[in-house]
Design a protein around this ligand. Structure first.
Ligand SMILES: NC(=O)c1ccc[n+]([C@@H]2O[C@H](COP(=O)([O-])OP(=O)(O)OC[C@H]3O[C@@H](n4cnc5c(N)ncnc54)[C@H](OP(=O)(O)O)[C@@H]3O)[C@@H](O)[C@H]2O)c1
Length: 338
């Protein structure tokens, strides 16, 4: 099938780090070998996009640049190669290639290897949010399984910013796997939200009693694997409360504050702190393992790995979309729809 591809397209453009993204008309790119052109359907705003806009993400691109790290759409043009030809005409979930413009445009050029055709049961809306959080949720349980447990004692997980899209996936996967998850949030409304979704162990880090309650619960559940998306002063509180010998993975920095820790809490306790970045985790997995994880995500997207959508905006309303997202993060994802 031949698509009517225009010469120009509307795109969200970031002129420099920290600037307000603007709308502009730019050329529609032509795919080369191994590449495809995706007519974009939707792309979410994730915390990683906010970091990218601020120039603080792990992948840097030359400016001006189209932001947007993941999305979905239809492959309308294909360069040379088996994969590009196979994907042409398919609905796909796609990730922006590190060297190219991103998803917040009517069309995105990316590598065919960075697209996955969607199963019939996966909508283009859910497909747009299929990589970053669902893959991270699977990754966390893989990381958890690979932390040595010589005594084969049942263990639990502590996760923070737990009313996030990712936090809710971790809760549901933990339940399905029989692994207790202590969900740490920062507001009472989030406690109620997670309760209404059937979450068992929820603590509010803003309560005076937080550290004491976390200590008791994490010791009772042997929750010695900690995933922290917040940083700031929460890290020391988590270390104070968790059982000795815990491993704490920092995977986000939602708090703008510096994260200070007492050295003794690493020297005398057997505790460890590591960073986690999905990009690095994926590099360590084989092609087959990644394909299997994609299959798993597509089969669980209607349940454990689905994402609630709060609002959608056209690209022309990018500023309003960003403000809406920043002020309502726990309500669900804000999607930019083309
Ligand atoms: N390292 C990796 O590879 C990787 C991969 C995927 C995701 N992540 C990280 O995972 C986290 C969750 O992502 P998501 O897309 O699921 O998020 P999301 O759905 O957009 O939700 C963000 C959550 O963070 C909370 N939050 C914001 N600022 C906070 C702060 N200063 N202290 C405590 N809580 C705060 C929000 O609560 P309010 O409603 O109260 O604002 C909201 O519940 C992010 O940090 C993201 O960067 C990392």
């Amino acid at each position: 099938m031949n698509y009517n591809i225009p010469k120009k397209m509307t795109a969200v453009i970031l002129k420099e780090s920290g600037s307000t993204p603007i709308i502009s008309e730019i050329d529609v790119p032509k795919p080369g070998p191994g590449e495809v052109l995706v007519k974009m359907h939707a792309s979410p705003i994730n915390p990683s996009d906010l970091a990218f806009l601020a120039g603080k993400y792990g992948i840097k691109k030359p400016y001006p640049v189209v932001p947007g790290l993941e999305g979905s759409g239809v492959v309308v043009d294909a360069g040379k190669g088996i994969l590009p030809r196979l994907w042409k005409g398919k609905k796909v979930a796609c990730v922006a290639a590190p060297e190219y413009n991103g998803c917040w445009a009517e069309y995105m050029l990316t590598k065919a290897a960075m697209c996955v055709p969607l199963n019939k049961n996966v909508s283009l809306d859910q497909g747009a949010m299929m990589f970053v959080n669902p893959m991270t949720a699977l990754a966390f349980f893989d990381v958890f399984d690979n932390i040595p447990n010589p005594l084969k004692k049942k263990r639990g997980i502590i996760n923070t910013a737990a009313a996030s899209a990712l936090g809710r996936m971790i809760i549901k996967l933990g339940k399905a796997k029989g692994i207790p998850v202590i969900s740490v949030v920062r507001r009472d409304a989030q406690v109620e939200l997670l309760k209404s979704e059937g979450t068992e162990y929820i603590l509010n880090s803003s309560e005076e009693s937080f550290e004491g309650e976390l200590k008791e619960l994490s010791h009772n559940l042997n929750a010695n694997v900690i995933f922290d998306a917040v940083g700031g002063d929460l890290v020391q509180k988590l270390l104070n409360a968790a059982p000795n010998g815990s491993t704490l993975f920092i995977y986000g920095r939602l708090s703008p504050d510096v994260c200070e820790i007492l050295p003794g809490d690493l020297i005398f306790t057997g505790n460890k702190i590591e960073g986690f970045w999905l990009t690095d985790w994926l590099k360590k997995k084989s092609f087959i393992q990644n394909i299997n994880n994609i299959r798993k995500i597509q089969s669980l997207i209607g349940n454990e790995l689905g994402t609630k959508i709060y609002k959608t905006f056209p690209p022309e309303q990018i500023e309003e979309a960003l403000e809406t997202y920043k002020n309502n993060m726990s309500e669900g994802k804000v999607l930019i729809k083309f």
